[in-house]
Design a protein around this ligand. Structure first.
Ligand SMILES: *Cc1c(COP(=O)(O)O)cnc(C)c1O
Length: 474
């Protein structure tokens, strides 16, 4: 087998294949007037391939990756749920798919209505006074939020408040965003039951406290039961409360962060609201905030606004899909989606409790974290992740949250039918049994993928992003 079963398109081409001689075929066209990108002289060095070669090449490439349309993708923290085809149908409408921000205003009235309704709906479900849909991803929503927190502190004459508290259950993007905005991060350990205790926060509340960033439910899937008490204490210390809302899928219609202590929160439309994600985007990370932060919200530069975070309207293609999903489900449906997400995760938790080691017995919501502690023969989380691929599943999230040694983080989402959950439980049981009975099979897994165990560290450090002719490669 080749290391990579599909050659790059540059290797498929041949000078004997004529392609389509654009200028010769259209003598009326003045070559110099064509956009440079499609002029024959701009295409020098490009691969000459038949249309069928192109179609087959990309179709074959599209089958090499695992995707949610192929099977269950229980990647904890990422909420890889089914993206309803209805969303795609509506987003594919020419009026929506081909719109441009420079269209005359009357042509954009429907788009504006969709964006206003989306912002209103997000505000309603989260309990915040206002929503900005500008940020392009969850992490950019965080950054927008901490910029706004900083502007608010400065407006109060509290520029000296620089310390941002962040529990050890936080996503890595939280401290990154806070540091980029100029805050100093201070990590707080969560309690023995996996949630952050008020008593562990209080000793940190000096005059230098800018605020806290709390993921709720946290990255263990556990509800932060001291959330409101902690928020009150932070507010009393003159700080602000940021809630990481990436796990909003667990709480729609259950509780409203804007009403129980959070000042600002980001959403991930590409997690909770079924806009596609993976492969690096596009995403969308709107933020909800209460009225005291409204003057600082992203806008055209000027006044107290922190300025623009994204050109034009933001990620329009995601807005229309999320809007469609919310319209299709309604408030009741969103609430049911969260209840089902919690039910599915707890069904898996129950089914796997005796098979994998459960480090926290505290009740969990939409995801559950196990560990590799009881695997036979010294096998580790990575081995389960690799072998489960042969059984037709994407691996769960591994080694995250980092506070849990050998973490295996599973989030099935509400869109998996019970039959699939049962299949997954059976597959995990089989892999753990194989660790004892066929250790070699597990050690060399996966056996069914185009590539096997890769040196991921080296791949990340020595990125090979550009194809060069063989002569130049040598
Ligand atoms: C996914 C996630 C983020 C970041 O969102 P992106 O859209 O990937 O930038 C932040 N916090 C948590 C808890 C997440 O799961």
């Amino acid at each position: 087998m080749r290391a990579i079963p599909e050659p790059p398109i540059f290797e498929l081409g041949s000078p004997e294949i004529p392609g389509f001689p654009l200028v010769e075929s259209c003598p009326a066209v003045d070559a110099a007037s064509l956009p440079f990108a499609i002029r024959d002289d701009a295409l020098g060095g490009w691969s000459q391939v038949n249309e069928i070669d192109v179609v087959r090449h990309y179709t074959r490439l599209s089958t090499l990756n695992f995707d949610i349309n192929r099977g269950m993708y229980p990647l904890g923290s990422c909420t890889m749920k089914h993206n309803p085809l209805l969303n795609e149908r509506v987003a594919g409408d020419a009026h929506f798919a081909h719109c441009h921000p420079y269209w005359p205003a009357p042509y954009l009235s429907a788009h504006r209505e969709v964006m206003c309704e989306l912002a209103r709906d997000l505000a309603e479900v989260s309990g915040f006074d206002e929503v900005s849909i500008q940020p392009a991803a969850g992490a950019q929503g965080e950054l927008t939020a901490v910029f706004m927190m900083k502007a608010w502190l400065e407006s109060k004459g509290h520029a000296h408040k620089k310390v941002m508290l962040i529990p050890d259950t936080a996503h890595g993007t939280n401290p990154a965003s806070a540091a980029m905005a100029g805050f100093t991060c201070k990590q707080i350990a969560s309690g023995p039951d996996g949630w952050l205790r008020l008593e562990d926060v209080l000793p940190h509340l000096g005059d230098d406290i800018a605020g806290i960033m709390v993921t709720n439910p946290n990255t263990l899937g556990i509800y932060e039961r001291d959330f409101t008490a902690i928020a009150d204490a932070i507010h009393k210390a003159g700080g602000l409360v940021y809630m990481d809302g990436a796990n909003f899928n667990a709480i729609m219609g259950v509780f409203q962060p804007g009403k129980i202590g959070a000042d600002v929160m980001h959403f991930n439309l590409h997690k909770t609201f079924t806009t596609p994600h993976g492969g690096g985007g596009p995403g969308s990370g709107p933020i909800g905030y209460n009225s005291h932060l409204a003057p600082f919200a992203p806008s055209i530069p000027g006044g107290k606004s922190i300025g623009r975070m994204k050109a034009y309207f933001g990620q329009w293609g995601m807005f229309i899909r999320a809007w469609c999903y919310i319209r299709a489900l309604g408030g009741e449906g969103l609430h049911q989606a969260s209840l089902d997400a919690i039910l599915n995760a707890n069904y898996l938790r129950k089914g796997l409790e005796g098979v994998l080691h459960l480090p926290y017995t505290t009740p969990t919501l939409h995801e559950v974290v196990f560990t590799d502690k009881h695997f036979p023969n010294g096998f580790m989380t990575l081995d389960l992740a690799k072998r489960i691929i042969d059984h037709g599943f994407h691996p769960p999230t591994t080694y995250f949250p980092i506070m849990v040694k050998g973490a295996i983080m599973i989030e099935p989402t509400e869109t998996e039918p019970r039959r699939e959950l049962d299949r997954f439980i059976e597959a995990v049981k089989r892999v753990v049994a194989e660790m004892a009975s066929e250790p070699d099979t597990v050690k060399r897994a996966p056996h069914t993928t185009p590539v096997r165990r890769l040196d991921e560290t080296r791949a990340a450090r020595q990125l090979e992003l550009r194809w060069r002719p063989h002569a130049a490669q040598a």
